[in-house]
Write a protein that binds this ligand. Structure first.
Ligand code: SF4
Length: 701
């Protein structure tokens, strides 16, 4: 291919945040390759990233112009942008006047660029006067956010990918990075290959591809993570494999953590977890002897009704061993989406405020209000993701604006989400693709620019901020999300939205971070374009960025100490299995698909690995229920059912079944949508749904 131009950008899929070089030939045809200069992936890409050129160039599914309907009985009709935004503003104004600002809400996405996220928050919290803005990151990271805040004082990932090559022990819990964070996993794999003494412990009820690298696989019963981490803590304390000096000088609340850890004997803990005492001892032994200990986790811990407890009990292990703020060590939550971190930084959740300021802190709210020149910001958290749809269903929320996410497939108990959207007075959907099932519920459909069609920034799992350039013009009348938001704000008559480009939004946000722990006032677009990516904080113009936090052992808590937290609940609080629903359903990802397949579903070759949804089931259970490989089975929970083919395996525990979460209605009506089944229970603090555990029965179709 004869290259005409090349641009370096960032992959639009997962939180690993790989660098991609996009080449355009003289005919405008795109190809992609891993950016060899980018420190995250050094030229590597996984199957999803490698095929992004097809996604970017196939516009057959794209929403090309604004569409509107006057009532639910009418079809959507093409309208101009002015008409669309005037209607949106008129409806929002009228609802706010009649029912107050808390009668509207925004549901956004970890796919949004930081500038978009920032502006949506400014608009909602600062000018509409409601904290009803939440994000689909609530579905994946909010338990980790709370865990970090409780332990370290702020939502601050302490370590960098570069620490991987310096560690000699990894505890990977509730995560399958071999499939879900592939390039990060390649780095761990290579590190172990070159250093065979490196030990890897995997905690997962399923024997996933990540287990192929494990020295120890703790195949615990679903929901017993807190008991396991506490048992490991107990063993470390008993064997004096803890860092007494660090604990004494730099932490608080150790005794409470110890007391909780000693509530169960190792025998009792092992029994509850469904593993042996020797396995717990072996894991604790490896952790206790490590020079560099990294814990990694994702949805298996976060997506739980006790997600915060799972997080704090794992974080306790880093504090016990003093393995934080030094090379090759630290607790490392892997983010799912490409800019979940950026969203958290700009306060993109109903419970957060921009720049890691605290919503509950009067001074912080006043600072933000004065900076924006808007309305007083409410102290109380707004509606979180699931609460927003509950409120639509009960009528207290009248209008919702959904940006770049597909809740009809991705939220728990999907049938209820559909009912809630049907009940809403007004639904705005701002997206790139008709493939999103949520567009079916739109009263107003707004076409947004996609990856490569707009500029902005994202932050990956290791706090690395990168610039994404505009490479293509958006098709039809699509425009960048950030522009849709500022145009709507102007229609609403709000001051402070007279931007001309995303760079101006970014500059404003950078200024707002000045003096905070996530200060990036020294990081301009110009620097990002010229010098590449940086890890925050970057507090002045010659600052090199900060790969590792807390090297000075000063934490962001009031007393500057890291806080041990005794988990509130040891036992899982998920819905119970019963005679009618005897099996535990676990949901998750497969290697080559992303979320609800609006993008990966466009690339045929990505369906060759796993072409359709399946129910993974232990051979013993299959025999019990009279099922063979490939049989169609109905899976039913207390909320709904799906019909999928059975895949028989010994890699999953008896009484546990697994269903991928990607497939929605498109494949086979709604029969394969995993969230027809999932539970509505949420963690009481993080409000993250319990996606990994619900009770089902399985019957041959
Ligand atoms: Fe993209 Fe994640 Fe794959 Fe990297 S690992 S190429 S960021 S999907």
């Amino acid at each position: 291919m004869q290259r005409k131009e090349s641009h370096n950008t960032i992959c639009s899929y997962c939180g690993v945040g790989c660098g991609i070089t996009v080449n355009k030939d003289s005919k405008g045809v795109l190809s992609v390759e891993g950016d060899k200069t980018y420190p995250v992936n050094r030229g590597m890409l996984c199957s999803k990233g490698k095929n992004l050129n097809y996604v970017a160039q196939d516009t057959s599914d794209r929403i090309l112009f604004p569409q509107m309907r006057w009532s639910r009985n009418h079809p959507l009709q093409k309208v101009g942008w002015d008409t669309a935004l005037k209607r949106a503003a008129a409806v929002f104004r009228s609802i706010i006047e009649n029912h107050g600002p808390d009668s509207v809400g925004f549901y956004v996405s970890g796919q949004c660029l930081t500038e978009e996220y920032y502006l949506a928050n400014k608009l909602t919290k600062g000018f509409i006067g409601t904290n009803n803005i939440d994000t689909n990151s609530r579905l994946c990271m909010s338990s980790a956010v709370v865990g970090y805040k409780k332990t370290l004082g702020e939502d601050a990932v302490p370590i960098a990918y570069a620490d991987i090559e310096l560690a000699d022990c990894f505890l990977i819990a509730g995560a399958n990075p071999a499939w879900c964070h592939p390039i990060l996993f390649r780095r761990i794999e290579k590190h172990k290959e070159q250093n065979p003494d490196v030990k890897i412990i995997v905690v997962d009820p399923r024997k996933t591809q990540t287990c192929a690298l494990a020295d120890i696989h703790l195949q615990i019963l679903p929901g017993t993570d807190v008991i396991l981490f506490n048992a490991i803590a107990r063993r470390l304390i008993e064997r004096k494999k803890i860092d007494f000096a660090f604990i004494k000088r730099y932490t608080s609340n150790f005794e409470a953590c110890k007391k909780r850890a000693f509530e169960l004997s190792l025998n009792e803990a092992a029994k509850k977890c469904g593993i042996s005492v020797d396995e717990i001892k072996a894991a604790a032994g490896v952790i206790g002897n490590a020079k560099g200990f990294i814990s990694m986790w994702t949805m298996g811990l976060n997506q739980s009704v006790i997600g915060v407890d799972k997080n704090v009990s794992l974080l306790n292990l880093s504090l016990l061993t003093g393995q934080i703020g030094k090379p090759g060590s630290g607790p490392f939550s892997l983010t799912g989406q490409p800019n979940a971190m950026g969203g958290r930084e700009v306060g993109g959740m109903a419970s957060l405020l921009a720049t890691h300021r605290d919503l509950g802190n009067d001074r912080h709210r006043k600072e933000v209000q004065e900076f924006w020149g808007g309305k007083p910001i409410k102290k109380e958290a707004g509606l979180t993701a699931t609460e927003m749809f509950d409120a639509l269903e009960n009528g207290s929320l009248k209008a919702v604006w959904i940006i770049c996410t597909n809740p009809v497939v991705s939220m728990p108990n999907s049938n209820k989400i559909e009912a809630a959207l049907r009940k809403a007075n007004f639904v705005v959907v701002q997206d790139i693709s008709h493939k999103s099932e949520t567009t079916d519920f739109a009263d107003l459909l707004l076409p947004a620019a996609a990856w490569l069609e707009k500029e902005g920034t994202m932050t990956n799992s290791e706090r690395r901020i990168s610039y994404l350039p505009k490479v293509l013009d958006p098709p039809g009348e699509a425009v960048p999300d950030v522009e849709i938001l500022w145009r709507f704000a102007r229609e609403m008559g709000y001051p402070g939205f007279d931007y001309n480009n995303a760079g101006e939004v970014y500059d404003e946000y950078c200024l707002m971070t000045k003096g905070t722990n996530i200060d990036i006032s020294g990081l301009s677009y110009e620097r990002l374009k010229k010098e590449g990516s940086f890890q925050w904080p970057v507090p002045h113009k010659t600052h090199p960025g900060t790969p590792r936090l807390f090297q000075d052992k000063q934490y962001y808590t009031v007393d500057n100490k890291a806080h041990f937290n005794a988990p509130a609940k040891l036992e899982n609080q998920s819905e119970r299995t019963s005679e009618e629903y005897p099996l535990i359903l676990n949901t998750g990802r497969v290697r080559d698909q992303w979320h609800t397949r609006t993008k990966t579903g466009k690339v045929k070759r990505l369906s060759t690995h796993i072409p359709e949804p399946f129910l993974e089931m232990n051979k013993v259970d299959a025999l019990l229920y009279g099922l063979k490989e490939g049989d169609l089975a109905n899976v039913t929970s207390r909320r709904g059912s799906v019909r999928v083919k059975v895949k028989i395996s010994f890699d999953i525990r008896e009484n546990v079944v697994f269903l991928p979460m990607h497939w929605g209605k498109l494949l086979n009506k709604d029969f394969s949508r995993a969230n027809n089944l999932t539970s509505e229970l949420i963690d009481p603090i993080s409000k993250e749904p319990d996606f990994k555990y619900c009770a089902v029965r399985v019957e041959k179709y």
